[in-house]
Design a protein around this ligand. Structure first.
Ligand SMILES: Cc1cc2nc3c(=O)[nH]c(=O)nc-3n(C[C@H](O)[C@H](O)[C@H](O)COP(=O)(O)OP(=O)(O)OC[C@H]3O[C@@H](n4cnc5c(N)ncnc54)[C@H](O)[C@@H]3O)c2cc1C
Length: 384
């Protein structure tokens, strides 16, 4: 069996690996270089603290892979187990936190609610007096997305997958039997495969159109600032998310921090091929101020030391679309802000959908796009 994977981000490359490891002949097509889409712009966060069961299940299955990654693939992905700490000032959100923790615990996740005092023990700079409650999971972590992507790529090649970079795909044309892959730079160069995977991230809707289906996925710009805080952020601090403002920060090396968040109502859909990849100065100033509302590391002497902007590929309910969309074409896209961490489980589901027609690792039946026809499914709330 020959399968074409389109997209050399973490989802496509991990899928190429899982397929090749099951004996499939895989060719991956990436229009630029591996990771050049959203993957190399991710913060690398890996957490199980989601608000919906399916996202928690994707996390649990993925974390099993991340935990074994170094041993399995021989690659150090700079994983740091600092935990994630969510905090809120709002009693209603605190109640929702308690419900989420109960559901996460049912799924085997070691998250717990914490009082402001306990939260301050975890993050000494936290303005604990601001908050009424928090949740913490010690097993949440972060890793280097680029190293992880390279690890998967090496493993995929080791299993015999062919990875073709600088090779844009112009279209996927399902045929009675198999799928024709049309290559942009080579009008005569088409490849016919038995099945194809649309893992083109924020660009997946365009590819879907060529195959005759629609994907409700839109690109939104998200920014990260690298800052030198007035007071160094200890490397042992968790990744802190102020759930009321979406401001979040995590320790880097040498007291620096990465700060993110999305503020204000304006959140236009952007052109995925034409957006600014550097953070806006006014956004960065606000991000530092909001982080400063949550923790006293970020006083007036805090310096901006850089940053970047990338794309979230967003669906209406902040869950990915993972399904066989039309016969022979499996889609895995629309991961909002959690595609890096969910790539291992997603890749397994993709391989199962291609080979078995249904997934068994995680029940992915709710991740098909027909859910939007009913419009009453769960919405992921823990997005930053
Ligand atoms: C600022 C920021 C912070 C983030 N932080 C986190 C985090 O902490 N944790 C987390 O889990 N996620 C995070 N994310 C989200 C994460 O980056 C994405 O969900 C994830 O990278 C999606 O991977 P992907 O493989 O689906 O897409 P991508 O990495 O975008 O890969 C898609 C690839 O397809 C290629 N492509 C598109 N069209 C074609 C075509 N026609 N032919 C060939 N190739 C094509 C593109 O060039 C691209 O390389 C963050 C994102 C941003 C922007």
């Amino acid at each position: 069996m020959h399968v074409a994977v389109v997209g050399g981000g973490i989802v496509g490359v991990a899928s190429a690996y899982e397929l090749a490891a099951r004996g499939v002949d895989v060719t991956l097509f990436e229009r630029g270089s591996l990771g050049a889409g959203s993957t190399d712009r991710a913060l690398g966060g890996i957490r199980a603290q989601f608000s919906t069961r399916v996202n928690v299940e994707l996390s649990v299955a993925s974390i099993n892979v991340w935990d074994a990654f170094e041993e399995r693939f021989g690659v150090d992905i700079d994983r740091r187990h600092t935990g994630y700490l969510f905090c809120t000032r709002d009693p209603e959100t605190a109640d929702a936190f308690a419900e989420q923790v109960a559901m996460q615990n049912e799924c085997g996740v070691a998250s717990r609610t914490v009082s402001p005092e306990e939260a301050a023990e975890l993050c000494p700079g936290l303005r604990a007096e601001e908050f009424v409650a928090g949740t913490y999971c010690p097993d949440d972590s972060f890793a280097d997305p680029h190293l992880a992507l390279q690890g998967y790529a090496r493993a995929a090649r080791g299993e015999g997958a062919e990875i073709r970079t600088n090779t844009p795909v112009a279209g996927l044309r399902p045929r009675e039997s198999g799928v024709r892959v049309e290559l942009t730079d080579d009008p005569d160069g088409t490849v016919t495969v038995d099945a194809a995977v649309n893992a083109a991230g924020a660009w997946a809707p365009r590819l879907a159109e060529t195959a005759g289906y629609d994907l409700p996925i839109v690109p939104h710009r998200r920014q990260t600032a690298v800052v030198e805080p007035e007071r160094p952020v200890p490397e042992s601090d968790p990744l802190v998310i102020d759930a009321d403002t979406t401001a979040h920060f995590r320790p880097e090396r040498d007291g620096r921090a990465l700060v993110g968040g999305h503020f204000g109502g304006r959140d236009p859909v952007v052109d995925a091929d034409r957006f600014s990849e550097t953070p806006d100065t006014d956004w960065a100033v606000e991000a530092v101020e909001r982080a400063g509302d949550a923790a006293d590391y970020f006083g007036p002497e805090t310096r901006l030391a850089g940053g970047w902007a990338g794309l979230y590929a967003v669906t209406p309910d902040h869950h990915a679309i993972v399904e066989e969309s039309v016969p022979g074409v499996v889609t895995a896209a629309g991961f909002s802000g959690h595609g890096f961490q969910h790539a291992p489980a997603t890749a397994t589901i993709v391989a199962e959908l291609v080979l078995d027609g249904e997934s068994s690792t995680v029940d992915a039946s709710g991740l098909g796009r027909e859910r939007f026809e009913h419009g009453d499914g769960p919405v992921e709330r823990n997005v930053a």
